[in-house]
Design a protein around this ligand. Structure first.
Ligand SMILES: Cc1cc2nc3c(=O)[nH]c(=O)nc-3n(C[C@H](O)[C@H](O)[C@H](O)COP(=O)(O)O)c2cc1C
Length: 345
């Protein structure tokens, strides 16, 4: 068992990473069904939350079936973060996470997200302000450091633990790496194996298969792993890792029926939560992923991304199910998209 304050997670928990524009309630619902042990909302700006709590409210929506769930906030100002933490308190998540890892310019270069890695004293003040103003367990997600010459995560981990955070998730890249190159877990392992550290340490970065999850668990001793990109369009990654951890064997990939069922659920939840127009529109980017591996799927996909009514889309999904009946989709490696500076995420 892994404990984040009083939140009990199973051994080697699998966390769904916070992902702006991705880890919304519809997506979280399908990840939860498939074994995610702890999930986070998309990040929420503390300033935005204070200025316009109503507009940001959607991002604060959490449902009982997804617990334990954490709300993630970011900001570079103590008072704003403290006030945002109080607003979050009222929505009653299981924990509150601070983002000190976001690399995009508009966040990091305005002294929030990964920008705070340049100033550990500021990070300590911001974290303390949040810990003091909420009754929730506070966790942090961050990176190895600002750049190659300033990988300060070992000091950061100790100082944040001293502020009273209850767990730390570390993405094995620096801010200047963005998503380039391979995540380096060596320093994550060092933090985990530092005898002064007694909070759970979760490793993050490039987990895209059960074998890699177990390999990194054994190599670096982390308490659990956080998975982001690999879950996009493939929420089955969680159950596949769990199966491999428990049995040492690889599970077969999801059947066509499972893919269609999950795709439908994602669509229905999207429409329920975002309304028909936005729900249907935002669902369009997910079809290719869910249907990957089916030959000659182009025409079906073209129909899925033009239809405007949920029932019609469900009819096409049923048609796909019938058309490919008996076809076995082979397991293909998950491709991790390399997000870059110009990408809004
Ligand atoms: C589309 C996208 C949005 C993201 N949004 C957030 C976010 O809101 N908060 C955060 O802490 N990290 C965010 N991240 C970073 C991920 O949480 C994670 O650290 C990163 O993708 C590396 O993990 P992975 O290799 O498993 O994808 C985002 C990543 C992606 C790809």
């Amino acid at each position: 068992m892994v404990l984040i304050d009083k939140i009990a997670l199973p051994d080697f928990p699998l966390l769904l990473a916070p992902m702006e524009d991705v880890s919304d309630p519809p997506f979280r619902a399908v990840c939860k069904d498939n074994g995610a042990d702890l999930m986070y909302t998309e990040f929420i700006s503390s300033e935005g939350l204070i200025r316009d709590a109503i507009k940001s409210r959607q991002k604060l929506d959490i449902f009982d079936y997804e617990r334990p769930v954490g709300i993630q906030i970011f900001g570079g100002d103590e008072d704003s973060l403290a006030l945002a933490a109080k607003i979050v308190d009222v929505t009653n998540p299981d924990l509150l996470d601070i983002n000190f890892g976001c690399p995009v310019k508009k966040v990091a270069c305005r002294g929030a997200g990964a920008g705070v890695l340049k100033d550990i004293d500021l990070m300590v003040r911001l974290t303390t302000a949040v810990v003091k103003s909420t009754s929730l367990p506070v966790t942090v997600k961050t990176r190895l450091g600002w750049d190659d010459d300033s990988k300060n995560i070992e000091e950061v981990a100790e100082r944040l633990q001293d502020c009273g955070i209850k767990a730390l998730a570390i993405h094995g890249r620096t801010r200047s790496q963005m998503y380039k190159g391979e995540a380096d877990w060596t320093l994550i392992g060092k933090v985990k194996n530092n005898p002064r550290i007694n909070i759970p340490i979760f490793g993050n970065g490039d987990i895209d298969s059960p074998q890699k999850a177990v390999d990194y668990k054994n190599r670096y001793g982390v308490d659990g792993v956080m998975i982001g990109r690999a879950a996009i369009g493939y929420p089955w990654i969680f159950r596949e890792i769990k199966h491999f951890v428990n049995t040492g064997e690889l599970m077969p990939p999801p059947t066509l029926g499972e893919r269609i069922a999950v795709c439908k659920k994602h669509l229905i939840k999207s429409v329920e939560w975002k309304g028909p127009k936005v729900g249907i529109f935002e669902m369009r980017r997910h079809y290719a992923n869910y249907l990957r591996g089916l030959p000659n799927i182009k025409d079906f996909r073209a129909r899925l991304v033009t239809l405007m009514l949920q029932d019609e889309i469900i009819e096409v999904l049923d048609e796909i199910h019938r058309y490919y009946h008996g076809f076995e989709i082979e397991h293909s490696p998950i491709e991790l998209i390399n997000y870059h500076e110009n990408c809004p995420l």
